[in-house]
Design a protein around this ligand. Structure first.
Ligand code: UDP
Length: 346
């Protein structure tokens, strides 16, 4: 396969980053990872290499370190675009330590955009989140990209919104800059090879890692936060998207930026399946497809939880020519296979 352009991936050893690096490399892209390993593990590079058959360039750099980041752009003048994942991402922690979140998440993007301009790198894909929509009104469900942005419920969510604003402002000021904002719904699962997957730090906040850790007996039981919501079974609804499908959307986004000159300068895409699943449906389906029991109890609602949200992914489907179509059974199985591999369970 002939080598395609070089893409710099910040946060490339993280959960979504590592899966994206694999998909880029599978498509022949040259990849440079910039990551400070603050919430990831250097061994992820071995997993990537085992899947892709070659190792990406890795630079252990914090995006707040301007001179080091600048050196990477000097050293690799062939960089054609940046996918920026690197960010702190724990909602609860962001409430406790807002300044750390504003410093890391805003400062990193500001540095990258500045250095991109210096080196005349024109294309950036930014990881945003459906949290920008908050709880959409019923008439906006499923949410498309035109749904109103709502005041963020956490500093983490606010950094996503401010970063989107920063990108709009920079695009306005510099007509050469091309921006793609990807708003993720709920990424879950692991690579089918079980060589890479999610590596939560401490007690998982997110549903799926908690489910798989409970199935692996690391946790006594799952606590389901509320069954008195106005949904069919009373539990919250989300749009769970397979991380490999999500990763493939990034490749499509990069391809479009590099190949379609008539695109809008800033394009925004919701990345979801278009289907909402309840917490209960996830837990039941997980038990069904894996044959493993997940003890659970219903407890009170979690503060700040969104009741229900799922994507209208039509724009991504038509404009990017991308669709999240991996069956949920396969997705849940991939999450379980990864957990088993981590814990040495047969
Ligand atoms: N959830 C749960 N127990 C947990 C973790 C999550 O019941 O231990 C629920 C949570 O209330 C929400 C859904 O699972 O309805 C997804 O939560 P997650 O934190 O994964 O995603 P987010 O709320 O950020 O969309």
């Amino acid at each position: 396969m002939s080598t395609k352009p070089c893409i710099l991936v910040t946060g490339g050893t993280g959960y979504i980053g590592s899966h994206t690096v694999v998909e880029l490399m599978n498509q022949g892209y040259e990849v440079i990872i910039v990551d400070n390993l603050s919430n990831s593990n250097v061994e992820v590079l071995d997993g990537i290499e085992r899947i892709a058959g070659r190792r990406p360039v890795f630079e252990n750099i914090d995006c707040l370190d301007y001179p080091s980041l600048d050196r990477v752009f000097c050293e690799y003048p062939q960089i054609a675009g940046v996918i920026h994942f690197a960010a702190s991402k724990a909602v609860g922690e962001s409430v406790e330590q807002p300044l750390m979140y504003y410093r890391n998440n805003l400062g990193s993007l500001v540095n990258i955009l500045d250095i991109m301009q210096v080196h005349q790198v024109r294309n950036i894909v930014f990881s945003s989140s459906c949290t920008v929509y908050g709880q959409p009104d019923k008439q906006h469900l499923p949410v498309d990209e035109t749904a109103p942005i709502q005041k963020a419920l956490s500093p983490y969510g606010n950094t996503k919104q401010i970063n989107e604003d920063i990108l709009h402002d920079c695009a306005h000021a510099c007509k050469q800059l091309q921006v793609t904002i990807l708003r993720y719904f709920n990424p879950i699962g692991a690579h089918p090879s079980a060589q890479i997957g999610e590596l939560p730090n401490g007690i998982p906040n997110n549903l799926l890692p908690f489910v798989t850790q409970t199935a692996a007996r690391l946790r006594d039981k799952l606590r389901i936060f509320g069954d008195d919501y106005p949904t069919e079974d009373g539990t919250c609804i989300r749009d769970y998207i397979y991380v490999v499908d999500l990763a493939k959307a990034h490749v499509k986004a990069i391809e479009r930026m590099l190949q379609v000159p008539e695109r809008e300068q800033v394009e925004i895409f919701n990345l979801g399946t278009g289907r909402g699943l309840s917490v209960m449906e996830i837990v039941r389906t997980f038990m069904q497809v894996t044959g493993v029991r997940v003890p659970y109890e219903i407890v009170g609602r979690r503060e700040g939880d969104i009741e229900q949200v799922w994507a209208d992914p039509k724009r991504a489907n038509t404009v990017l020519g991308w669709k999240a179509d991996t069956p949920i059974a396969d997705v849940l199985m991939s999450a379980w296979n990864w957990e088993k591999k981590l814990r040495g369970i047969n």
